[in-house]
Design a protein around this ligand. Structure first.
Ligand code: CP
Length: 313
């Protein structure tokens, strides 16, 4: 069970067997995390540094917990109180921390490609916790684990990813992963929120949400990423909810057993009805959060194995 890469920068370089191996290992951590003794010493003696240059609740908390449960020394840099505020660049910040000999560096950054650039400059393993509109690999992996547990497989599923596709690294990483695992992806949303060249991404495009949801096994909702928008992309929130907000009436077009997903943070009443989000017969949103810890434990264990092998050899 191994990853062929030194870093986890995106889903793009991962082969299906690597994705399956990582999810299989994560399953073991689901069991551990539900037990009364959540600690192992898999990362004992190693140091994990988390650098979040954008806000986060789920990803940051779950990487911290994952490292602690695996026995690593975990430091989360407080970016707002760091010398970044005095003008220190991302690369200089990373080189400074690298000099303290971390083994794992977890980075979220608003610029697409920033984490890849940083990975070229440091000697430790780097995990991308989301970079701009580019990739959010651990989110796609935790989504995949959630889907596999609910549906029993990752192939031959129809997955509708709905909402603000253009600004979403979650959509991009999920699209790559689901295509690689031989599921069918539909992108559903207004033309203004579709990325250029979406039709060439190996998926179907729908502007009519009811048509896009027809027969879908999985409905994945995304929020409007206003922090990445330059100007107005939708006429009004009311109009957007009417056309693209997920409610019981629109969900009725999907497969009767379809699950509802959302990476969070959710905007209730904008992209999803609040009651539907809380309906545990359909919504797996809280399970996604739970799977996040297990998937990040698995990813860090596999990268640490590579690191140790490289140092030994
Ligand atoms: N899904 C996700 O990345 O959530 P956070 O921004 O809270 O980490």
């Amino acid at each position: 069970m191994s990853l062929r890469q030194r870093h986890l920068l995106g889903i793009e370089p991962l082969a299906p067997d690597e994705i399956t191996a990582l999810l299989d290992l994560a399953e073991r951590y689901v069991v551990l995390n539900r037990s009364g003794r959540k600690h192992t010493d898999v990362l004992a003696g190693l140091t994990q540094i988390n650098m979040f240059f954008e806000p986060s609740t789920r990803t940051q908390a779950s990487f911290e917990l994952a490292g602690q449960r695996l026995g690593a020394d975990v430091l989360t840099m407080q970016v707002a109180q760091s010398s970044v505020r005095k003008g220190e660049t991302l690369i200089d910040t990373a080189l400074t921390l690298n000099a303290m000999h971390p083994d794992l560096l977890v980075v979220r950054h608003p610029s697409s490609g920033a984490v890849n650039l940083l990975a070229e400059k440091v000697t430790c393993a780097v995990l991308n916790a989301g970079d701009g509109r580019h990739e959010h690999p651990t989110q796609a992996l935790l989504d995949a684990l959630t889907i596999r547990r609910a549906k029993g497989r990752l192939h031959r599923l129809t997955v509708a990813i709905c909402g603000d596709i253009a600004h979403s690294r979650v959509a991009r990483s999920n699209l790559i992963l689901l295509n690689r695992m031989e599921s069918r992806v539909r992108l559903v949303g207004p033309a203004t929120l579709m990325p250029a060249g979406a039709a060439d991404l190996g998926c179907e495009i729908f502007e009519d949400m009811r048509a896009g949801l027809a027969g879908a096994d999985v409905v994945m909702m995304l929020r409007l990423q206003k922090e990445r928008m330059d100007g107005g992309f939708v006429p009004s929130m009311r109009e957007y909810y009417h056309r693209f907000g997920l409610d019981a009436e629109k969900l009725a077009r999907a497969h009767p057993d379809a699950i509802v997903m959302h990476p969070g943070p959710m905007n209730r009443g904008v992209e999803i009805d609040g009651l539907l989000a809380d309906d545990i017969r359909r919504s797996v949103i809280q399970e996604q959060v739970e799977m996040g810890v297990a998937v990040r434990m698995a990813a860090m264990e596999l990268l640490a194995d590579n690191l140790r092998a490289a140092r030994a050899g």
